[in-house]
Design a protein around this ligand. Sequence first.
Ligand SMILES: *[C@@H]1O[C@H](CO)[C@@H](O)[C@H](O)[C@H]1NC(C)=O
Length: 326
Amino acid sequence: MGTLATLVSLLLLWAQAPCWSHSSEWTYSGGELDEEHWPRGYPECGGNRQSPIDLQRRKVRFNSALRALDLEGYGDDEAGQFPVTNNGHTVQISLPSSMRMTGPDGTVYRAVQMHYHWGGESFEVSGSEHTIDGMRRAMEIHVVHYNAKYESYEVAKDAPGGLAVLAAFVEAENAENTYYSSFISNLASIKHAGQSTVLHGLSVLNMLPQDLFHYYSYEGSLTTPPCTQNVRWFVLADSVKISNVQVWKMENTLLTHQNRTLQNGYRSTQPLHSRVVEANFRYFPSSVILSFIPYVLGSELRSYLHRIENNIQYLVESLEEVKRQV
Ligand SMILES: *[C@@H]1O[C@H](CO)[C@@H](O)[C@H](O)[C@H]1NC(C)=O
């Protein structure tokens, strides 16, 4: 009887066993576990607190209590060695736990890794995961951290409030960003999925946008399987600029496990449901002021007024920051 029960439960286990062999076989498109079918293998991907999302600026709630993030050890570039891997989905840079981020509520997070999401599959150079008012930027950086109250990333990755991601957009311009040169030229040496190299003297700070103060924040998930819903997101409002050629190299150098060019590695935006996105800055639609100026006044005057408007907005934000610190 005991043996029969064991046999039956073994059979049941076998029947429930997933039909893929290891977790790296999920994809964004193509195959059994494409994005649409992630919830089949990873139920949390079908949850109601998923990332990425569309950041709709009109609906974002201003919260003056969202203090600046405190980034520690992000610029320690001299002595560092950074393992870099093509994991078949993206290029991932391992980060030392001496890199830390303190959130607005005082929670301390330790850095684990950073990686990129990009597009490149069609003529459109767009591959960010979050969108702003529906617009997808060229690329997106994710610096993944775990809550320092847990002893390791392994523990924190499944624990409540376990993770925080500092995200930033990358935009394409004509000028080369020299802080990216060595990183991008090294991609050729990790062309195949599973290959690794070591980068020396990387400054994560320099690879991020200038303005680290203004950000959006909300509760979400990992944007890849298992889509764990324990991520506090900080999405910077400013973006990094790299050249069109640098974006092109990011989009056309690495290969997936199937030896296909690693492109369009981003997840589509997920429903917000009952969540509210907050920001530590106010949004002024530029049309509010400019709409009062008739077009007949000419483009020079309009652009002049636009500059004044931007300066006023900057002053208002600076005053709010001063108020907060007093
Ligand atoms: C990908 O290409 C490499 C090098 O040419 C080869 O060793 C490997 O078997 C290929 N993998 C697949 C899945 O075709």
